[in-house]
Design a protein around this ligand. Structure first.
Ligand code: ZN
Length: 345
């Protein structure tokens, strides 16, 4: 069972406004892991994307520390506490990070992990240690959840940076989730990784990474043991992946690995900032079963800048046909991104 990196080039022929027949190239790729197709519609880069000529201004709530439930003065009175059998103190601290349950939970175990007390942090300017602390706080929370509920094995860490990415508050934070019920991605990836392992004796993301290191065009660099690359068949704009080959458990990874991941996330943020983008989503998921063959893979996707009447980044093509239509080749994104990472050790 090989991983297939398939791509196909097609053209659309149209008559332009001067009466000349022209061809517009489109590349259709399939993700080797999911089999899902995406389209790189190169000509759409000619279309003007709103508010990306300059870096966006600060959000209007950037200085409103009085009405923010995550700012230190309000935190105690405005955020909920975990039940005492889960977190005896109600909230959990790790260095600069505070973790507490989500007031509006998505699942049985749903918490928020702050980076620090700073209310607004421009993309790419955060202290790396605050990210490491917040990741470690999520990891420790998941360890406690699993100790209490051994069946809440479908776990994830996510980030919605700014409202354009779905964030309800500008105060930077991560979400951490654990549930007995799998999400769509958990359900699919758990089975896919298991089948791949049964057929080959290898991890699917380690195998994907080996191919990409050999191929070279999409590989960016590494931060410690995490390898950074652009997705072959992106499902979001400027999609970046970080793969930790051979490791399957969020609960089981060491503090050093979180520090290395934090370093890479800050590199990605500085790259996005250079593209004049200030919003993105991040996701890392795992199945916390000893038998799980699904390795850790972080994905980051840029979202459209928030501006009055800006066009959404998801159109009928993505939502109704299910194919992402991006406009920059992942190889070009990788070439641009490399300058923002330390050279590969
Ligand atoms: Zn705040």
């Amino acid at each position: 069972m090989d991983l297939i990196f398939s791509s196909k080039n097609i053209v659309a022929r149209i008559v332009d406004t001067r009466g000349k027949t022209i061809e517009r190239p489109i590349e259709i790729r399939k993700d080797p892991v999911t089999g899902r197709s995406c389209r790189i519609t190169f000509s759409r880069s000619l279309e003007k994307e709103a508010s990306t000529d300059d870096f966006p201004p600060r959000p209007p709530t950037a200085d409103d520390t009085v009405n923010c439930p995550f700012c230190p003065r309000q935190l105690e009175g405005a955020t909920p506490r975990a039940i005492s059998s889960l977190l005896p103190e109600g909230r959990q601290r790790q260095g600069s990070s505070v973790l507490f349950p989500n007031l509006f939970p998505y699942g049985a175990y749903s918490a928020v992990s702050l980076f620090d007390e700073q209310h607004f942090v421009e993309i790419g300017t955060a202290d790396e240690n605050t990210y490491a602390n917040s990741f470690i706080n999520c990891c420790k929370y998941l360890q406690k959840v699993l100790a209490k509920d051994r069946e809440a094995v479908y776990v994830a860490v996510t980030q919605n940076h700014l409202p354009a990415a779905g964030g309800s508050l500008v105060h930077p934070h991560l979400q951490v989730h654990a549930d007995r019920v799998a999400s769509n991605h958990h359900r699919f990836l758990e089975k896919r990784a298991e089948k791949f392992y049964s057929a080959t004796g290898k991890g699917i993301f380690a195998t994907y990474l080996e191919h990409e290191i050999r191929a070279g065009q999409r590989y960016i660099s590494c931060t410690g043991q995490w390898h950074w690359l652009t997705a072959f068949a992106p499902e979001g704009f400027f999609e970046l992946w970080a793969i930790l080959p051979g490791r399957n458990s969020i609960c089981g990874i060491e503090h050093e690995r979180w520090q290395e991941l934090a370093q890479g996330v800050l590199c990605a943020q500085r790259f996005f900032r250079k593209l004049n983008r200030n919003a993105y989503n991040l996701g890392l998921l795992a199945v916390e079963k000893p038998s799980s063959r699904l390795e850790l893979r972080v994905s980051l996707k840029v979202r459209a800048n928030y501006a009055p009447w800006v066009r959404s980044d998801f159109t009928g093509y993505e939502l109704m046909l299910g194919d992402m239509a991006t406009f920059v080749a992942p190889e070009q994104t990788a070439r641009q991104a490399r300058a923002f990472w330390p050279p590969r050790a």
